[in-house]
Design a protein around this ligand. Structure first.
Ligand code: FAD
Length: 468
């Protein structure tokens, strides 16, 4: 029987990063993945394929609607080849997942394909698809089994017309009318993909705003821009039934006045969140506790109730984000190696890759009010930037929230072109506990979208923005 210092179950961004870091630290490491490709949700059916389709559909929309503004004329009709778009996405996924297999080899991490399940605290059975079983012994195990799309109890996901993000990433036709249940990140990103490709899109959301966990100003701005893009929103609607009649998908919902309403389309994307995935893990055999949300319960060291077993990523509490899972993977590897790592969960940024992009870090204005923190706010509109005018991406803003007392940056929230990249500046600033004055006094290259960060910092410190 092979023996390891560390066995990692699951090869998503949490698991594979943990395995690399363990190997770097000299620990003999194995990684177990039930699918034939590495990379988990993120690389196979999440971050990477969704961004590939967002980029392709963005190009298509530009060619259809915006090239002309730039003086680019296309003789003949701009046509969509969905099959090719999907095949490009598949190639991107394939190259990326192969890259992880390469990294495992390079770092001398042993890989096992099959379902990993606990026999006891130190033994893991690996059942391959071919029906062969192998047992390995591990001093430490890291559970990184991730999550799966969740649904509502009354929805029968037929995966043909009533679908999750996994199917939405490989449709063979553009829906005529895609009904999206859930106005969170995944619903909006994939909704925007199919809107750009020509579908009518209606987003039905239970809360009174989209992306409800982000700053309310971002929800408002993104809804405004997406409405201009002709996406329809039904907010404060509680879905009560979803049926595929064969001809169409019918959704019944009650609006905020309690009136029953119906939505009809040909596809329904159910994007109401994701559930932690522990099926087949046989956590009980090792005595591992799950909480009432079926997450693996962990302490502040990400250690389960069983001393030598840790858990990271989507399968534990916290934001379901690839980079959160990665940070936790490194944290646990270093903890096992005897180091004392640290994660500041307040500084894990959140991003929506619609266009314009939406990005956030730190406290929202709503949280500061709830916590009764005295704060100042500075906001700067993207449309006032030379860079935005040059590219035509004039939607959005950067908003910086600071402590009224000390001027320390407490939260940065933005909507705009390349916000997903711009938020890194805010993370760095907050990691070093910068004040808005610090950001305001740093030179930002001109013309860039990043100038909006400087201008918002100027606005937060005595209303000194220069270009509004
Ligand atoms: P996962 O990536 O879910 O990986 C878990 C792995 O464990 C899987 O490969 C699974 O097969 C394997 N596994 C499970 N049980 C076993 C077992 N018993 N034995 C062996 N293997 C097992 N996050 C972002 O940060 N940015 C984005 O842009 C983004 N976009 C997304 C878009 C979509 C459409 C979706 C669905 C998600 C997106 N996410 C994004 C979320 C991101 O994918 C997850 O937060 C991330 O993948 C979690 O990583 P993980 O390592 O915890 O688990």
């Amino acid at each position: 029987m092979s023996t390891y210092d560390v066995a990692v179950i699951g090869s998503g961004p949490g698991g594979y990063v943990a395995a690399i870091r363990c190997a770097q630290l000299g620990l003999k490491t194995a990684i177990i993945e039930k699918y034939s490709t590495m990379g988990g949700t993120c690389l196979n059916v999440g971050c990477i394929p969704s961004k590939a389709l967002l980029d392709s559909s963005h190009h298509y929309e530009d060619a259809l609607k915006h090239f002309e503004d730039h003086g680019i004329e296309i003789p003949g009709e701009v046509k969509l080849n969905l099959e090719k778009m999907m095949s490009r996405k598949a190639t991107v996924v394939e190259q990326t997942t192969k890259g992880i297999a390469f990294l495992m080899d390079k770092n001398k991490v042993d890989t096992y394909e099959g379902i990993g399940s606990f026999k006891d605290k130190t033994h893991i059975n690996i059942a391959s698809a071919e029906g062969e079983d192998v047992t390995i012994e591990a001093k430490h195990t890291i559970i990184a089994t991730g999550s799966k799309p969740s649904s509502l109890p009354f929805i029968d996901l037929d995966k043909e017309r009533i679908i999750t993000s996994t199917e939405a990433l490989k449709l063979k036709e553009v829906p005529k009318h895609m009904l999206v249940i859930g106005g969170g990140v995944i619903g909006l990103e994939l909704g925007q993909v199919y809107k750009r490709l020509g579908a009518e899109v209606t987003v039905i959301e239970y809360m009174d705003r989209i992306i409800p966990t982000m700053d309310a100003a971002q929800s408002k701005e993104l809804a405004k821009v997406m409405k201009k893009q002709k996406v329809k929103f039904a907010l404060s609607h509680k879905v009560t039934a979803v049926e595929n009649t064969g001809d169409e998908v019918v959704i019944k919902a009650t609006d905020k006045k309690g009136k029953e309403v119906e939505f009809k389309g040909d596809y329904c994307l159910v994007s109401v969140g994701r559930r932690p995935f522990t099926d087949g893990l046989e956590a009980d055999n090792a005595g591992i506790k799950l909480n009432d949300r079926k997450q693996v319960e962990v302490n502040e060291h990400l250690q389960t109730n069983v001393e030598n077993i840790y858990a990271i990523g989507d399968v534990i509490k916290g934001a379901m984000l690839a980079h959160k899972a990665e940070e936790e993977g490194i944290f646990v590897a270093e903890t096992i190696a005897g180091q004392k790592p640290h994660i500041d969960y307040n500084l894990i940024p959140g991003v929506v890759y619609t266009w314009p992009e939406v990005a956030s870090v730190g406290k929202t204005e709503e949280q500061l009010k709830e916590d009764k923190v005295e704060y100042a706010s500075g906001q700067f509109p993207m449309r006032a930037l030379g860079r935005s005018r040059a590219s035509g991406d004039i939607e959005g803003f950067v908003k910086i929230l600071t402590s009224k007392e000390t001027d320390e940056v407490l939260g940065v929230h933005m909507v705009g072109a390349r916000a997903a990249d711009l938020i890194a500046e805010a993370v760095v600033a907050m990691e070093f506990r910068a004040s808005a004055e610090d950001i305001a006094r740093m030179s930002h290259a001109h013309p860039t979208y990043a100038e909006a960060v400087k201008e918002a910092a100027l606005a937060a410190t005595g209303n000194r923005a220069l270009h509004v």
